[in-house]
Design a protein around this ligand. Structure first.
Ligand SMILES: NC(=O)c1ccc[n+]([C@@H]2O[C@H](COP(=O)([O-])OP(=O)(O)OC[C@H]3O[C@@H](n4cnc5c(N)ncnc54)[C@H](OP(=O)(O)O)[C@@H]3O)[C@@H](O)[C@H]2O)c1
Length: 273
């Protein structure tokens, strides 16, 4: 697609969302960088200004979108905002944590998307880009809440892709692996679930595995370039990586059966006895 018209990014205060908002502007879109607190966008606005990029900061908490109206002329929606709470085992995760996570990562994204579709349709078509996670391809202990919320968006993307194709709206899913952001830094700590009786050794194994993965990280600005490439590419598949780790995992997932993909991971986390 031509990089023209308005592109809107959720959760653009920092991390991948911030970098993607700037990259969309550099390619030629008029960007609406949305965030919970507009004060957090001051640095981004200045950077955009210096780069000669058209970028407006706007307030949007995706869990409170009930009075939000998408801007006219919208051509691209990047559903980036998400949270990751404590990484606990399913047995000990409070239902409140499930509900809080799904309120943002699933219901918030859905509400913004359903409100954006009419504007994109009026623009003659465009792209909805959902940022999920390649963790959905890996049976990672302690990340059940987060992974389940992202898997829900993967399924949603498949349905949206078939529902919206007739309106000229393409749906792409980006599955990041390890991008240098606050979220990644937190997810590399010992999972909170390791504190529960019987889960300490598994927690250490997960931390060791994630420490290895820390050697394969990608700066957010590099990931953003891949994300915008997929948005602009009319031939992009539904699922796209944006970094080497995600690329490797997605390629393995495509080349093997789900069971073959899972077995080495299960062996990695298995206890010796
Ligand atoms: N980094 C990785 O390696 C990685 C891997 C896989 C998937 N991802 C996905 O990539 C996306 C971006 O992650 P990141 O690493 O950049 O995370 P991050 O640094 O933690 O940034 C998350 C962003 O989401 C915003 N946000 C959270 N709740 C929100 C809400 N209710 N309304 C609006 N904005 C909200 C945050 O805003 P505040 O500043 O107000 O908190 C922040 O801007 C997420 O969907 C994440 O799941 C990241």
């Amino acid at each position: 697609m031509e990089p023209k018209g308005t592109a809107l990014v959720t959760g653009a205060s920092r991390g991948i969302g911030r970098a993607t908002a700037l990259e969309l502007g550099l390619r030629g879109f008029d960007v609406v960088a949305t965030m919970r607190n507009v004060e957090d966008g001051e640095g981004l606005a200045q950077e955009a200004d210096r780069a000669g990029v058209m970028l407006e900061i706007a307030k949007l908490d995706i869990t409170a979108a009930d009075t939000w109206a998408a801007p006219d002329g919208l051509r691209v929606l990047v559903n980036n905002a998400a949270i990751e709470l404590d990484n606990n085992c399913v047995e000990h995760t409070a239902m409140e944590d499930w509900r809080t996570t799904f309120e943002t990562n699933v219901f918030g994204l859905i509400d913004v998307t359903r409100r954006a579709i009419p504007s994109i349709r009026r623009s003659g078509g465009g792209v909805i880009c959902n940022i999920t996670s390649c963790s959905t391809l890996v049976p990672m202990p302690f990340f059940g809440v987060y992974r389940a919320s992202k898997a829900a968006i993967s399924a949603l993307g498949e349905t949206l892709r078939s529902e919206l194709a007739g309106f000229g709206i393409r749906v792409v899913e980006i599955m990041p692996g390890a991008i240098e952001t606050d979220m990644l830094a937190r997810s590399q700590l010992l999972p909170e679930g390791a504190a529960n009786p019987g889960y300490a050794e598994l927690g250490e194994r997960v931390r060791a595995n994630r420490a290895l993965a820390a050697e394969l990280t990608t700066p957010a600005r590099d990931a953003a370039r891949e994300i915008v490439d997929a948005i602009l590419d009319e031939a992009a598949p539904l699922r796209n990586p944006c970094d080497p780790m995600g690329s490797g995992l997605l390629a393995s997932w495509r080349a093997t059966s789900d069971e073959e993909m899972m077995q080495p991971m299960l062996a990695l986390f298995a206890t010796d006895d």
